[in-house]
Design a protein around this ligand. Structure first.
Ligand SMILES: [Ca+2]
Ligand SMILES: [Ca+2]
Ligand SMILES: [Ca+2]
Ligand SMILES: [Ca+2]
Length: 465
């Protein structure tokens, strides 16, 4: 821990010097970074959730490198300063034979829901913890209808959405919902929640109309229990990505999802290669956050996504739009990243603090990599390295100046992870503190057993507006 303090102090001094010289006046100090995994090998694709019933309780759930069994689970009860860490789902515990694609959500009662994929079975398990992430039971295995699974036998590739893939679990308004791509279209199911450990049965689920081959989805719950899912067409290639939403106006009530609504074109395909993500590529990573805070923008739903300005320019940027009428109409896009360059910003995440209505957005950012081997560049090549950055909004959709969250600079190709930083990162914002989670091989905290730029560890920080 001493080395963390030393690094942070050094950064503060640098920022103070920069402020004194006028280079970086009004800069926000970089928050203290915490290496959560401190584990040999690569960890990537992070889910993070803060417990509203005890905000010092935070859980991180991630992939571990291909070839190793299980998934990484870390629990903190002191606001993210210290973590107990373990590998779960190697086949000998309640998680079963886990593959990947972690998702995590706490609800207001303190129920923690984890979803993920099995290696073999074509169902999405929902694991519930009522003790803050210490112990779990699998309470449901959500299956898609047989009629959607006809391509499975012929095309059994994991990760190419020919059967269950890219699931997300979310909570709110006394409901828990999970969505995933079900071998073609998006499929979602929900269950009622009335208290700690009081989770009803999941309904039989429903297909979102018009979403065949639409994937990389997210799902959010509005203040009256209405549900929105978002996904991106197409699932492949580097060309024209289109973002669609569907809304179920009464959530667990008898109405189903309405027709798809087109929101944005992104030029980001399902596998769009950019220099800082050269092995895995990126998708637009559309994400939703619905304001149930009771504040001035209660009922507003936000959509974050990345867009490539000119197709195949690699100049991807982060945008947010919002809707005040349950997705029927959308605001014009607001660009979140405020750099002046043409480098890549990618894999955005949005989270809304339901205690205030403020929103946080975080993403990987290559703005500092101008290829001159200075800060932000590890290899002399422009736009190949990435840091982790963020911004807040406290007025329902305009953003603060961006701030750097990661103390170090990472290079995903050097990690040898094969999937770079994975398909997504994590962010949870509650009680005035945002906790992002990202993959990092800078070794800025000096806790990575593989050393600097070797393998990825999971990092977090406590970030306040
Ligand atoms: Ca493209
Ligand atoms: Ca850009
Ligand atoms: Ca570089
Ligand atoms: Ca590691």
């Amino acid at each position: 821990m001493r080395s963390i303090v030393r690094v942070s102090s050094f950064l503060v001094i640098v920022l103070l010097v920069l402020s004194a010289t006028g280079i970086a006046s009004a800069e926000v100090p970089i928050p203290e970074n915490v290496d959560v995994s401190q584990r040999a090998g690569n960890e990537s694709e992070e889910a993070i959730a803060i417990n509203p019933a005890n905000p010092n309780n935070i859980v991180i759930f991630t992939n571990i490198a291909e070839g190793a069994a299980g998934m990484f689970l870390a629990v903190s009860f002191d606001g993210g300063n210290t973590w107990t860490r373990r590998i779960v789902g190697e086949g000998n515990d309640v998680f079963g034979d886990t593959c990947c694609d972690p998702s995590a959500a706490f609800d207001e009662y303190g129920n923690l829901f984890l979803s993920y994929l099995y290696n073999v079975e074509n169902t999405v398990p929902i694991a519930l913890s009522t003790d803050g992430g210490l112990t779990f039971e699998v309470i449901a295995r959500i299956g898609a209808p047989e009629s959607l699974m006809t391509t499975k036998a012929a095309r059994d590739e994991r990760g190419l959405f020919h059967y269950v893939d890219q699931e997300t679990v979310t909570t709110g308004a006394g409901e828990v919902w999970v969505t995933f791509n079900a071998g073609g279209p998006m499929f979602a199911a929900g269950a009622p929640v009335t208290g700690l450990g009081q989770v009803g049965a999941f309904d039989s689920g429903q297909v979102a109309p018009g979403t065949n081959n639409c994937t990389y989805g997210d799902i959010a719950i509005g203040p009256s229990g209405q549900v929105m899912q978002v996904c991106t067409l197409t699932a492949t290639g580097q060309g024209g990505g289109k973002i669609f939403v569907n809304v179920d106006p009464d959530g667990l009530g008898p109405a189903g999802f309405g027709d798809r609504i087109f929101v944005a074109a992104t030029h980001v395909g399902g596998f769009d290669f950019i220099p800082p993500q050269p092995d895995r590529s990126v998708d637009a990573e559309s994400g939703l956050a619905w304001d149930r805070s009771g504040g001035p923008h209660n009922g507003r739903v936000y959509l974050v996504y990345s867009k490539e300005e000119k197709n195949e320019s690699d100049d991807t940027n982060i945008y947010v739009r919002y809707s005040d009428d349950d997705g029927v109409t959308w605001s014009s896009p607001v660009r979140v990243n405020d750099d002046q360059g043409v480098n890549s910003q990618f894999m955005p995440k949005i989270s809304l603090d339901q205690t205030t209505g403020k929103i946080a957005v975080a993403w990987y950012d290559s703005r500092a990599d101008i290829g001159t081997s200075g800060a932000g560049d590890t290899d002399g090549v422009p736009n190949s390295d990435a840091q982790f950055w963020g911004a807040f909004s406290d007025d329902g959709g305009t953003f603060t100046p961006n701030f750097q969250i990661s103390a170090g600079t990472s290079n995903s190709r050097i990690s040898g992870n094969g999937i770079d930083y994975g398909d997504y990162d994590g962010l949870s914002f509650h009680g005035g503190v945002a906790h992002p989670a990202w993959s990092d091989n800078s070794n800025s905290t000096r806790d990575n057993p593989d050393g600097t730029l070797a393998k990825l560890d999971i990092y977090t920080a406590a970030v306040t507006p």
